[in-house]
Every structure is written in structure tokens, then in C-alpha cells.
Design a protein around this ligand. Structure first.
Ligand SMILES: *Cc1c(COP(=O)(O)O)cnc(C)c1O
Length: 355
């Protein structure tokens, strides 16, 4: 039976990427060896790393603009502290829009003073704060553009003189923005780019080298840049598969094209959530709704078992909401076809019709 994978992460990847990655594990490009058993210093793998790095910059429109792309390890969670280690001298600002922002704040507090410029914690993060003051003199301002757990997304990027640092784990390469307004972007691969095991960091080089403390080599962006993202053995399979996804994205027409498809998928589902009397969207203001993760609850809990059976029978996977929100979460990352969203919408309509 065909599966419709709405998993929040690790998540769906394009079928063609999966096939190429599987083939490369057995025999990479006919060389008689697997991609995971050759030296990361071999010309074959160096070409993979360089291609992945340059495709990442290309998709963001940042080629030749003073940025470097790195494929690191430790997940987005490692970036929570690595950002502060490398950039926080005295004071940084954080917008607290969810669990991941809160975790980033906790780690960064070990390195200096933090200003929480605004928070939506008062309403279990069901909205994006707006119209808040950003103090001057910040070493950087940190945002989480897409809040994977709660299903909110920042649509208007705040303006600030401070370097802008952004966790884009769950919406990287999903929409067109002027990415040159960001000074550092990081994203765990497993939400919209590849398998778990690598984290993309895109950093404007000029913001580095300005902190007083000494930084351990493995946590120092400049060390990784100096070694072309090969300071130590990189996670070769995760980087290779991410490169395949970035090539796939280019063949689709890039970020601008995928963004339109993502909008279509999101409106299809949100229209159903709004018009179906048996469900309620979790996010307070429709303007804050994520195109990647749609969160909603069922109005009559006693009907949950019936609904759960219906979507499972339809081949849908990964629809349960995060425990801190409950209900349902449909993650509609780049590789999820519109047809899968239609299957979910059909199930929701059938559920209402047979209520
Ligand atoms: C999943 C997620 C993380 C955590 O990523 P890890 O790679 O597991 O450390 C951080 N931020 C956001 C926005 C996420 O969605």
C-alpha cells in the first residue's frame, strides 16, 4: 500500500533521492565501492562535499556574497551552543517562539547575557509575537523561523542592526526570502533536506572572529571553514543524501517553485481545517500558520479512535501531534506530494460525512 508520510522528522525525502542513495550504498557511480566505505578525502567524496556546499548557497541566492556553507554534526541542538560560543561577547537577543527557541536560550545563557525580546509562551506558543522592541547593542538576534512543534512560522522577518541568526531547521529551502538579511542560518538536515546526521550552517564570514574567548576547534566555525567542512570525518552518507535532495530541488525549479507548491499544499489543508466542523486549528492567527507543519485538534475526543483508524487505513503515517500540543500535526515538507495532502483532506471529509 502506498504510504503518505506526514512525519515531522526525520521526514519524507523524494523517492528518487532514496533510490539513488540506496544504490550508492551498494556501489557508488560504478566504482565498485560504497559511498560509505571510501575515504572522505577521495576525489569522489570531496566532489560530493563541494557540490553540496555550493548547491546550498545557490538555492539561498548567497553564492559569491561572503557566505560559507558547512555540513557539521551534533544536530541543530549543537548549534544552540555553537552560535553563542562563536558570536556572544556580552549580550544577545532571542525571540522565544517555542520549545526549540527555549532550548537555544538555555544553552546560550552559559555564554553571556540574554534578552528575551518577546515570547509567546503565555499561550503555549500558538502565535508569533509582533511589535516588540529590539534593544540596541546586541551581539546578534536569534529567531526560529518555523516552530515545528506548534505549527507557527515567522512571515515578517524583524529588522535589526544586529547580526541575524536563524534556526531554519524545519523550513530551510521551503520558501523564497531575501536570505542575505541573515548572517547565520542553521538547519538540522532531517526536516527538509536529508537524513539525520548532519546540520547545514550557512554563515557570513565577516561576523566571525569577534569574540574574546578561545573556542575549541570542533566548535569553531572558522576552523571548519578553513578545512572546507572536512576538519574531521564528515557524516558522508548524510551529506551525500542531502546533496541529492539539493539536486532534486534544483530540477524542480528551486526554492521559488517549491514555495508555490508548498503554499498550495498548505491552503488545501488549512481550508479543510477551517471548514470542517469536527476540527480546530491550533494557531490563533491564520497569518502565523506554518506552511510546513499544520497543527489541529479534534473537537470531540471521543471520536479520536474513529478518526485515527480512518487515516491509518488510508496509508497516512506520522500524523500524531507533539505531546506538548496534542491533537494532530501534518508535516508537509518539500518532498510531500500535493496528492498526499489530498488523501488526508479526503479522510477528514469522509470523517465528517460519516459522523
Ligand atoms: C528538530 C528541530 C531542532 C532539533 O534538531 P536536532 O537536529 O535534533 O538537534 C531544532 N530546531 C528546530 C526548529 C527543529 O525543528
Amino acid at each position: 500500500m502506498q504510504k503518505h508520510n506526514f512525519s515531522a522528522g526525520p521526514c519524507i525525502l523524494p523517492q528518487s533521492v532514496m533510490q539513488k542513495a540506496a544504490d550508492a550504498v551498494v556501489d557508488y557511480n560504478g566504482i565498485g565501492l560504497s559511498i560509505i566505505e571510501i575515504s572522505h578525502r577521495s576525489k569522489e567524496f570531496v566532489a560530493v562535499m563541494e557540490n553540496a556546499r555550493s548547491l546550498a548557497l545557490e538555492h539561498l541566492g548567497l553564492t559569491g556574497k561572503g557566505y560559507q556553507a558547512l555540513f557539521l554534526q551534533g544536530g541543530a541542538s549543537m548549534q544552540f551552543l555553537m552560535v553563542a560560543y562563536n558570536l556572544l561577547n556580552t549580550k544577545a537577543g532571542y525571540l522565544n517562539t517555542g520549545t526549540w527557541s527555549s532550548k537555544a536560550i538555555k544553552e546560550a545563557k552559559l555564554f553571556g547575557d540574554l534578552v528575551e525580546v518577546a515570547s509567546s509562551k503565555d499561550k503555549n506558543f500558538n502565535y508569533i509575537p509582533k511589535a516588540y522592541e529590539i534593544p540596541s547593542g546586541l551581539d546578534y538576534l536569534h529567531l526560529t523561523t518555523n516552530n515545528t512543534i506548534f505549527g507557527t512560522q515567522i512571515k515578517e522577518i524583524p529588522q535589526t542592526d544586529a547580526p541575524l541568526v536563524c534556526d531554519m531547521s524545519s523550513d530551510i529551502f521551503s520558501r523564497a526570502l531575501d536570505f542575505s538579511q541573515f548572517d547565520l542560518i542553521y538547519a538540522g538536515a532531517q526536516k527538509n533536506m536529508g537524513p539525520a546526521g548532519t546540520t547545514l550552517v550557512v554563515v557570513k564570514e565577516e561576523i566571525l572572529g569577534q569574540v574574546q574567548r578561545s573556542i575549541p576547534s570542533m566548535l569553531d566555525y572558522q576552523v571548519h571553514i578553513g578545512k572546507d567542512s572536512m576538519f574531521n570525518t564528515p557524516p558522508v552518507f548524510a551529506v551525500y543524501t542531502s546533496m541529492l535532495t539539493l539536486e532534486w530541488l534544483k530540477a524542480q525549479g528551486g526554492v521559488a517553485t517549491i514555495a508555490q507548491i508548498n503554499e498550495a499544499k498548505a491552503s488545501l489543508l488549512y481550508n479543510e481545517i477551517d471548514s470542517n466542523e469536527l476540527f480546530t486549528g491550533f494557531v490563533a492567527d491564520p497569518a502565523d500558520r506554518s506552511t510546513m507543519n499544520a497543527t489541529f485538534t479534534i473537537n470531540d475526543e471521543s471520536q479520536a479512535d474513529r478518526f485515527n483508524k480512518m487515516w491509518q487505513d488510508a496509508g497516512i503515517n506520522g500524523l500524531n501531534g507533539h505531546r506538548s500540543v496534542g491533537g494532530y500535526r501534518a508535516s508537509m515538507y518539500n518532498a510531500l506530494p500535493l496528492a498526499s495532502v489530498q488523501v488526508l483532506v479526503d479522510v477528514m471529509q469522509e470523517f465528517q460525512r460519516t459522523a
